[in-house]
Ligand binder design. Structure first.
Ligand code: ADP
Length: 464
C-alpha cells in the first residue's frame, strides 16, 4: 500500500510536470502568435502613413536636390561620399517639417500606444545600359534616414518598401563643351517602426490567459494534494481499524478459551460430585463472563465522542476527590513496583465534575503510566490553580512517546506500533476516551514527552 501511494505521488508529480511543460509550450506559442498579430496590426495601420499629399512637396524638394547632387557627381565635381553627406544634411533639415505632418497623420490612426517611425534609403543607383552605378547602398556603414525618428533598429519591424524610377536631364560640361544629357535613377526605400513597450501590450492582451492558467494549475495542484492526503488518511484509518480488530480478537480469545474449558469441566461427573471444584469452576465462568462484559462496556463507552457523552456533574472538593482517586489507584496496583508522589493543592477548591467519567479518564492516564512504564515506575501527580483554571499534571518516568505519535495518541484506536509495545495489551481507546471526557468538561489536555525518559500529561479544566 505504501509503495502504491509512493507510485501515485510520483505519477502525479510527473503528470503535473508534463502538464506544466505542455502549458508553458502553449503559452509560449500563443505569445508568439499574439506578438505577430499585434505587429501586423500596427504595421497595417502605419502602412500608408507616408502617402499623404502634404508630404509631396518635401519629397520633391529632396528629389530635386538629389538630381542636382548627381549632376555634380556626373560632372566630377563631387565624390559619391559627398553626395551621401549632402543628402543626409538635406534630409535632416527637412525632417522637422516631416515630423509635424507625420504626427498629425498618426493621431488620426487611433493608435493607443507610441510608435516611432522612419523611412531609410536602401539604395540609389544611376541606371545605365552598359553598367549601373551604385551611388549608395544601405550595406554601406552610413545609413541615410530620409525622414522620421532616430532610433536603434535592433527591436524594430519593417512596415513596407518602395522603389522609385525617374529620368532626369542635366547639363554636362566636358572641358569647354556643354551638352544636355540625361540619366535614369532608381531609389529604393524601406519604412520601419519601433513600437514602444510592445511586450507590455502583448502580455496585457494575454493577461486573462495567464491568470486562467495559473488558477487552473493551482486548482489541479490543490486537487491532487487533497486526493493524496485523503488517500493517506484513509490508509491510516484502515490500518488503525485492522489493528483494533486484531487487538479485540486477541483480548476476546483468552476469556472465551477459558470459558470453553470451564463449561466442559462443569459437564464432567467428577466435578459435579466435588462441590468445591464445582463452585471454583463456576467462579472462573463468572469472572471470565465479567471480563467479557467489561471489554464490551469498554468498547461501547470509550468509543463515545464528547457530544454523545451525557455528563452528570456534581460539586466536588478537589483535594478530597483527587486524593481518593490516587489512593484507589495505589490499592489496585499494590503488587506493582510503583511509587506515586502526590502534590495536591491543600486549598479546598470546588469543581463541577462528572465523578465517574472524570475518575475513569484519570485512571486511563495512570494505568498507561504503569503499562508503558519501566521496572521502577514513578508517577508524580500534581494540581494547581493557575490563571483562573484548574491544572492537573501527571508525570511518569516511562518509555515516553515520540513527537510524531504525540499528535496521534488521542485519536480513536491509535496505538504506538514500534518497539515491543505490541506485547502490551490495549485497544487504543483509553486516551481517546480521556480526551473526550476532558473536552466534555470544557477542558483541554496535552502531552509533553521525551522518549525513554518521561511523559507529562497536563489537563486544564475551568473552575466555577
Ligand atoms: P492503549 O493503551 O489501549 O493502547 P491508549 O489510548 O490508552 O490505548 O494509548 C494510546 C497509545 O499511547 C498507547 O498504545 C501507547 O503506545 C501510548 N501511551 C499512552 N500513555 C503512555 C505513557 N504514559 N507512556 C508511553 N506511552 C504511552
Amino acid at each position: 500500500m505504501k509503495k502504491k501511494i509512493a507510485i501515485l505521488i510520483i505519477a502525479s508529480i510527473v503528470a503535473l510536470i508534463a502538464l506544466s511543460a505542455i502549458q508553458a509550450y502553449l503559452i509560449a506559442n500563443t505569445y508568439e502568435l499574439k506578438k505577430k498579430a499585434f505587429i501586423k496590426e500596427t504595421s497595417n495601420l502605419m502602412f500608408d502613413i507616408n502617402d499623404i499629399t502634404e508630404l509631396d512637396s518635401l519629397y520633391n524638394t529632396w528629389g530635386d536636390d538629389l538630381k542636382n547632387h548627381i549632376a555634380d557627381y556626373l560632372n566630377n565635381r563631387i565624390s559619391k561620399d559627398e553626395v551621401v553627406i549632402r543628402l543626409k544634411k538635406q534630409a535632416d533639415s527637412l525632417n522637422p517639417n516631416y515630423k509635424s505632418y507625420f504626427l498629425k497623420e498618426q493621431a488620426t490612426r487611433n493608435l493607443n500606444y507610441d510608435v516611432d517611425f522612419k523611412m531609410n534609403i536602401k539604395s540609389i543607383v544611376i541606371l545605365d545600359r552598359l553598367k549601373n552605378d551604385t551611388l549608395y547602398s544601405s550595406a554601406n556603414k552610413t545609413k541615410i534616414r530620409l525622414f522620421g525618428d532616430d532610433f536603434d533598429e535592433a527591436e524594430s519591424y519593417p512596415v513596407n518598401t518602395s522603389r522609385w524610377f525617374s529620368e532626369h536631364d542635366f547639363i554636362e560640361q566636358k572641358g569647354t563643351e556643354i551638352t544636355t544629357n540625361s540619366f535614369d535613377l532608381e531609389v529604393k526605400t524601406e519604412s520601419i517602426m519601433l513600437i514602444k513597450g510592445w511586450r507590455h501590450i502583448v502580455f496585457g492582451r494575454m493577461a486573462s490567459l495567464f491568470i486562467g492558467s495559473v488558477l487552473l494549475f493551482l486548482f489541479v495542484i490543490g486537487l491532487m494534494y487533497y486526493s493524496i492526503k485523503n488517500l493517506i488518511t484513509q490508509k491510516k484509518i484502515a490500518e488503525i481499524k485492522t489493528d483494533f480488530i486484531n487487538n479485540i480478537t486477541h483480548e476476546l480469545k483468552t476469556p472465551l478459551a477459558t470459558l470453553s474449558i470451564a463449561t466442559k469441566s462443569l459437564q464432567k461427573e467428577e466435578i459435579k460430585q466435588n462441590n468445591e471444584a464445582f463452585s471454583s469452576t463456576l467462579n472462573i465462568v463468572e469472572r471470565q463472563n465479567e471480563r467479557l462484559q467489561k471489554l464490551i462496556d469498554q468498547v461501547m463507552t470509550n468509543s463515545l465522542s464528547s457530544e454523545e457523552i451525557v455528563l452528570n456533574k456534581e460539586q466536588v472538593l478537589d483535594n478530597e476527590y483527587f486524593n481518593n482517586i490516587i489512593e484507589d489507584f495505589k490499592l489496585s496496583k499494590q503488587h506493582n513496583n510503583l511509587t506515586i508522589t502526590n502534590n495536591i493543592e491543600a486549598s479546598e477548591i470546588v469543581l463541577r465534575l462528572d465523578k465517574f467519567h472524570f475518575e475513569t479518564a484519570l485512571f486511563n492516564i495512570l494505568e498507561n503510566a504503569v503499562k508503558y512504564g519501566v521496572a521502577e515506575t514513578e508517577i508524580n501527580f500534581k494540581t494547581e490553580l493557575k490563571n483562573g483554571q484548574y491544572h492537573l499534571y501527571i508525570k511518569d518516568n516511562g518509555i515516553g512517546i515520540s513527537e510524531k505519535d504525540q499528535r496521534l495518541i488521542f485519536d480513536k484506536f491509535y496505538r504506538v506500533n514500534d518497539g515491543d509495545l505490541h506485547n502490551v495489551k490495549g485497544l487504543g481507546l483509553g486516551l481517546y476516551y480521556t480526551y473526550q471526557i476532558i473536552k466534555a468538561h470544557n477542558g483541554s489536555i496535552h502531552i509533553e514527552s521525551e522518549v525513554n525518559k518521561c511523559s507529562l500529561f497536563t489537563i486544564k479544566i475551568p473552575v466555577n
